[in-house]
Write a protein that binds this ligand. Structure first.
Ligand SMILES: Nc1nc2c(ncn2[C@@H]2O[C@H](COP(=O)(O)OP(=O)(O)OP(=O)(O)O)[C@@H](O)[C@H]2O)c(=O)[nH]1
Ligand SMILES: [Mg+2]
Length: 283
């Protein structure tokens, strides 16, 4: 039976670029999780990958994403796993607007509701240092500042990112299937390379503590699900910086990109970008 892994996160949170980087890793045997066979339908994902190979991030998805076939559907196995681990993975690339609307309306459309409730595994994305992240307004001073034209009035109507993340977590806690095992949610802090060098060495939960304390607190209290937090950089740097772009075009995508996570109190970095999936698959 296929194992669905649901990709959750608002617009621009890094979901499609992860799918692209994941497929490069699975198909080129870069990490411990690999694809032993070639999938039947991989055109959609290959198109995303082409962007990375030409030194650009894959663009934000548009609403045509809801057509059939915009999924990563692939058989995977874990190298040297004892007992052997294999799975038929289905990772649908869900448009960030779906999750944004679900938060705004406290309601998830039926199709996605069905998807979440038939799986035990989710990846929940938040984009580090994104201009699309909205801060919680300071209730005491915000009104006055906005009236004086000193605040960001566009942001005033937006749900603060950490509130949206808490709501998405709540949906996952409520909906993920508990029939087989305790559900697992891998929180992905995407674009980890955008942090300053000192921040990059800290545990991803520390970044959340600083930027989104409400959400970090909720993660610690989420007892009905198992949570791990990973920092992710799909190619190891920012392709909007010309010098890095040139460097990547010279060295290639393979071997670039990493995940950061905490293990037994120590912050580790690994070039194996499939690690969050390995954990979701029970490793
Ligand atoms: N620096 C850096 N930027 C990244 C990384 N991954 C994603 N980004 C940036 O984030 C943007 C959004 O990434 P997408 O993968 O399109 O995000 P998404 O969650 O699929 O967005 P929607 O399709 O709108 O739901 C990209 O265009 C990049 O600018 C990364 O590892 N490093
Ligand atoms: Mg996308």
């Amino acid at each position: 039976m296929a194992t669905n892994i649901v990709l959750v996160g608002g617009p621009n949170s890094g979901k499609s670029n992860y799918i692209a980087r994941l497929w490069v890793s699975l198909s080129k045997n870069e990490g411990r999780l690999f694809a032993p066979t070639t999938p039947d339908k991989i055109e959609y994902v290959e198109k995303l990958v082409e962007h990375l190979f030409s030194g650009k991030f894959a663009p934000r998805s548009d609403s045509s994403l809801h057509e059939e076939g915009n999924d990563l559907v692939v058989d995977v196995a874990i190298r040297d796993a004892n007992p052997a681990v294999s799975a038929a993975l289905v990772v649908p690339d869900v448009l960030g607007e779906v999750w944004k609307n679900a938060v705004a309306n406290s309601h998830l459309a039926q199709r996605w509701h069905d998807l979440v409730s038939t799986t035990t595994s989710a990846l929940l994305f938040v984009h580090a240092n994104s201009p699309d992240n909205f801060d919680a307004l300071n209730w005491v001073t915000a009104g006055e500042l906005l009236a004086l034209g000193m605040g960001d009035s566009e942001a005033a109507g937006e749900i603060p990112t950490q509130v949206a993340m808490c709501e998405l977590l709540r949906m996952l806690e409520d909906l993920l299937s508990k029939s087989e095992r305790k559900p697992r949610v891998a929180v992905i802090v995407a674009a980890w390379d955008k942090l300053d060098p000192r921040e990059r060495k800290s545990a991803p939960i520390q970044y959340l503590d600083k930027e989104f304390p409400l959400f970090a607190g909720r993660l610690r209290d989420a007892l009905a699900i198992d949570v791990r937090v990973f920092g992710l950089s799909v190619v190891g740097g920012d392709l909007s910086e010309e010098s890095f772009r040139q460097q990547l075009l010279e060295t290639g995508v393979l071997g670039n990109g990493y995940v950061v996570f905490e293990h037994a109190g120590v912050v580790e970095e690994s070039k194996d970008v499939t690690l969050p999936l390995q954990w979701l698959l029970g490793q």
